[in-house]
Design a protein around this ligand. Structure first.
Ligand code: CMC
Length: 436
């Protein structure tokens, strides 16, 4: 029997000591087929064991496709390179949310709706003062995203499609405002309100870098680079933070709480925190001469050091986002007249050496998006602590699209993995007096 859009293709037979069992094989539109093992435990008494989920498709999705061997990334079928070169971020948001690129009227209406939700409830701005000035802005982002559920109760009923849509628009619209406020708070400058006649990325840059006492001059090249960075980070199928959002959402939690969970997961240096870590690493390496020392450390099994911005769970080829990011990086540095950035020199040389090194070739470790995004964001004027915040801002739409898809899936159930228990078997309680 086939569920919804799943296409029955074949069957897979599993042989266990208890017998032979057939399981349906389904094919998608691209990518590997899957074996449906939903009934495995019921039929055989076995669980599957897949820590890190390297072979597990946790859901069916129509949003994003990655072919890690070929270095392909598509949003709703459109290659990331084409969207980044020819599209814009809000158009990409619409595409991710609704499955199709908007026509003129749909685009105008979507932009209008997002733009009219950019302001934050004024009372929320007082939340910021509860954080220490030196708080990491990702800590503030987690707190503020979760706090939105306290301010926008009228969009927390997940069973109401209209409320789901309003919550989605609110988060896409307000995340730049919150991110910019987190930055302004950290440097002791006044918050800058959104300006609704600016496009999404120009408005964000203004909220970050304008000050009330001086006229702020927009730079369209930098705004376009920012927009492209947002497009590149908008979604990436079932990565750790997206799976976190889906898992949180599967319990029926409100969308603001789910996005807060996603932000918390993204913060880790193996995930979104890698852009900050990559730039810190380039700074630590410092000069081209020291690269071999760090390459040797990355290869040393006894040294926990890893080349940040290298390697990916899914891409075993050049991360397609890294190529666009590299180009964007050069555009930004060119526009700002930065011709000899020592970090860029180290990055280019490091990339060259690593790509020719036997260890990296054998393990198929290529630069990922975070390798070049750090240099670009630094040139745009952001401190390293803001890098992951920008990732969270951009990924919000992907999280929302995935959350919405899950909630609207009639087969949706609470996510509840099982385990291989290797702890103590059942034993009797020992009273304190008898424990020695
Ligand atoms: N430097 C040196 N060796 C590495 C690196 C690296 N950056 N990445 C993986 N390896 C080695 C690793 O030591 C292991 O070797 P062995 O098989 O001998 O034990 C092998 O390659 C496989 O590594 P893994 O940790 O099993 O692979 P994974 O799929 O679990 O991890 C990763 C993927 C992205 C966490 C990892 O490559 C890494 O830590 N990279 C650096 C952090 C980074 O740049 N993260 C950003 C990912 S892209 C943005 C995002 O999606 O959030």
């Amino acid at each position: 029997m086939v569920d919804g859009d799943l296409k029955d293709k074949d069957k897979a037979t599993l042989k266990t000591p208890g017998g032979e069992y057939d399981f349906p094989v389904y094919g998608g539109s691209e990518g590997p087929d899957v074996i449906d093992i939903k009934s495995l435990y019921r039929e055989t008494g076995y669980f599957t064991y897949d820590p890190g989920y390297t072979s597990t498709a946790s859901c069916e999705s129509k949003i994003t496709f990655i072919d890690g061997d070929k270095g392909v990334l598509e949003y709703r079928g459109y290659p990331i390179e084409e969207l980044a070169e020819q599209g814009n971020f809000l158009e990409t948001c619409y595409l991710l949310l609704y499955g199709e690129l908007p026509n003129n009227a749909e685009y105008a209406s979507f932009v209008d709706s997002i733009t009219r939700h950019t302001m934050l409830h004024e009372q929320m701005s007082r939340f910021f003062t509860g954080f220490r000035r030196d708080a990491h802005p990702m800590a503030i982002m987690c707190g503020m995203a979760g706090a939105m559920s306290a301010f926008y109760h009228d969009s927390t009923d997940i069973t109401d499609p209209k409320q789901r849509m309003i919550a989605s628009y609110r988060m896409i619209a307000k995340m730049p405002t919150i991110a910019a406020m987190a930055y302004k708070y950290s440097i002791g400058q006044p918050f800058i309100y959104p300006q609704n006649d600016l496009d999404y990325s120009s408005n964000f840059l203004k909220m970050c870098f304008a000050i009330p006492c001086e006229e702020y001059v927009q730079n369209p090249v930098l705004a376009q680079a920012m927009d492209r960075i947002f497009i590149l980070h908008a979604d990436h199928e079932q990565n750790a933070s997206t799976s976190t959002v889906r898992l949180a959402g599967s319990s029926g939690a409100n969308p603001f709480a789910c996005i807060a969970a996603g932000i918390a997961c993204l913060w880790g240096p193996a995930h979104g925190g890698a852009n900050e870590a990559a730039l810190n690493m380039l700074g630590e390496i410092g000069t081209v001469e020291r690269i071999p020392e760090y390459i040797a450390r990355a290869k040393d099994k006894n040294d926990p050091f890893r080349l940040m911005g290298f390697g990916h769970r899914v891409y075993k080829n050049y991360d397609p986002r890294a190529r666009v990011m590299q180009k964007t990086c050069h555009e930004v540095l060119g526009e700002l007249g930065i011709s000899d950035d020592p970090l860029l020199d180290v990055a280019l040389e490091l990339e060259k050496i690593a790509l020719e090194d036997e260890y990296f070739i054998k393990k198929r470790l290529y630069p990922n998006i975070d390798f070049y995004s750090g240099i670009t964001l630094k040139a745009l004027g952001f401190p390293t602590t803001m890098f992951t915040v920008l990732f969270a801002l951009a990924r919000t739409v992907g999280w929302i699209a995935q959350w919405k898809e899950m909630i609207e899936d009639p087969r949706q159930r609470i996510g509840r993995p099982r385990q291989l228990y290797t702890g103590e078997p059942k034993r009797a309680y020992v009273a304190m007096k008898d424990r020695g």
